[in-house]
Design a binder for this molecule. Structure first.
Ligand code: ADP
Length: 466
């Protein structure tokens, strides 16, 4: 289907309406002007006719005056000869006297006279006469016995009036046309200022859809379109970042999976080649066991992450002792930390209220955070863990380290999936995202405070069971 552009829609919707309105204005204006001029002319003719009629009335009523002579005098001395013609019609229905001196041909029709005859008083006519000239005429019947005269007529040419009306209409049309041109010019400028950037945004978005995030849209104005450009540019940056994070995630995960697999494969081959060396077999089996455990933990974390993405991640909640799970996690990592020259100090409180939660998931969170604290610390570092009541209804668990810390630029993003601030250490970049989600699902909060080069504190707040 052929698409309708914004410009075309504007032309149809707005310009069409404006043009129709202006056309109606011209038509109504010219009709009004014509009406005004014609009724003024008619009024003027009638007033002059009344004046003549008054004069004649006086002479008609005066027995000493000659009515016929009076009629002649009035017609011959008619002072407005240039504006209108005064005519007198006789009993033979033909014009007998005119103020101009020219008697019209006897066949000329006189619709005003015909109308006056039938009404018995007066008649009026506007239109063309046999000469083709446009005229306006009024006719007044004279009383009977008016010296052989039956009516007086006043006729004026409308040529001049029509020319006047035409000039006013032409002026009105010119003004409307000018308005239309102005509307079209400003409208086209306005539409272009929308249509061109929108087209640019469209073509840029198409490139994003094909995976090319290198282009950016240049913002021209600080308006809604400008804002849209900013949003699209920001979206492209975010997409580019998420694309690179995803690629990095795939490579880190493959790497993470490969390391234990290499160890398992290596030890399996070693054991295979010396099945009788009990010491080697025992050591190999230990390594295979711990590396398999690491692998399954990693796969578990990936599965949890994938469940979270699909919204299928559920908790198995029960009344639980948070100190037992934290103690377990600390125990698992103390030995590992010691091997790496890192001290784990756990200030275990005697007792804390119960929490209603999923103990395996919460232990998983503690393991994750403690693992990070050790992973991002160097030899000689200290990881301190404490658990306390932050207020009457919340338990607070702080896990602090003296490691590399996180830069202020990275700090707000470390809880984002795939985000890795530190690429020198192993890790998939989803550990904190998963931990944060689990804590949130318990109605708690996971906050990170860090100073680059000094260390990091992860604070977990959980509500106690009511
Ligand atoms: P990873 O598997 O990369 O550790 P996480 O989601 O657990 O992923 O952490 C995200 C990022 O946060 C890490 O890449 C790291 O840069 C930073 N980070 C997390 N914990 C710490 C910490 N204790 N000290 C310094 N940086 C940390």
């Amino acid at each position: 289907m052929r698409k309708v552009t914004i410009t075309q829609r504007w032309l149809i919707n707005n310009l069409g309406v404006i043009a129709a309105m202006l056309f109606a204005l011209v038509v109504a204006g010219s009709l009004f002007v014509r009406n005004y001029y014609y009724s003024s002319a008619k009024q003027y003719l009638t007033s002059r006719m009344n004046m003549v009629s008054n004069l004649l009335q006086r002479s008609y009523n005066d027995p000493s005056a000659s009515f016929s002579a009076e009629v002649r005098t009035i017609v011959e001395n008619w002072s407005e000869k240039d504006k209108m013609e005064l005519m007198v019609v006789n009993a033979q229905n033909s014009v007998d006297l005119t103020s101009s001196g020219f008697i019209p041909e006897s066949g000329d029709s006189m619709p005003d006279y015909t109308e006056a005859q039938s009404s018995g008083t007066s008649g009026y006519y506007t239109g063309r006469i046999s000469s083709g000239e446009k005229v306006m005429s009024v006719c007044l019947m004279l009383p009977q016995n008016s010296a052989g005269y039956t009516a007086i007529r006043m006729v004026t040419s409308m040529g001049e009036v029509d020319r006047h009306i035409f000039s006013i209409t032409a002026l009105l049309s010119a003004v409307c046309l000018l308005i239309l041109i102005l509307v079209v010019t400003s409208g086209i400028y306005f539409i272009k200022s929308i249509a061109i950037p929108v087209r640019q945004i469209g073509s840029t978005a198409r490139r994003y859809a094909m995976g090319d995030f290198s282009v950016r849209i240049t913002k021209k104005n600080d308006d809604e379109i400008g804002e849209l450009c900013d949003i699209v540019n920001h979206m492209a940056s975010e997409l580019a970042l998420s694309e690179s994070m995803k690629n990095e995630f795939i490579s880190s995960v493959s790497h993470e999976l490969r390391t234990p697999l290499t160890a398992i494969k290596g030890w399996a081959e070693t054991i295979g080649s010396m099945p009788d060396d009990a010491e080697t077999v025992a050591k190999g089996m230990r390594v295979i066991g711990s590396e398999s455990e690491r692998l399954s933990q990693m796969v578990e974390e990936l599965l949890d992450f994938s469940r979270m993405q699909n919204g299928r991640f559920t908790l198995n909640k029960s009344t639980m002792d948070i100190l037992a799970e934290l103690g377990d996690a600390v125990l698992i990592y103390t030995e590992k930390a010691r091997r790496e020259g890192i001290d784990v100090i756990y200030d275990e409180p005697d007792m804390l209220p119960f929490v209603y939660g999923d103990k395996n998931r919460l232990r998983q969170v503690f393991i994750n955070v403690i693992d990070n604290a050790i992973k991002y610390s160097d030899k000689g570092g200290i990881v301190s863990i404490q658990a306390l009541m932050s207020d009457a209804e919340h338990i607070e668990i702080d896990i602090s380290d003296t490691g590399c810390g996180i830069s202020p630029k990275d700090l707000p993003k470390v809880k984002t999936k795939f985000y890795k601030a530190n690429h020198t250490r192993r890790g998939s970049g989803i550990g904190l995202a998963v931990a944060d989600e689990i804590i949130e699902m318990h109605g708690g909060k996971l906050e990170i405070y860090s100073e680059q080069g000094k260390g990091t504190t992860v604070t977990i707040i959980l509500p106690v069971q009511k």
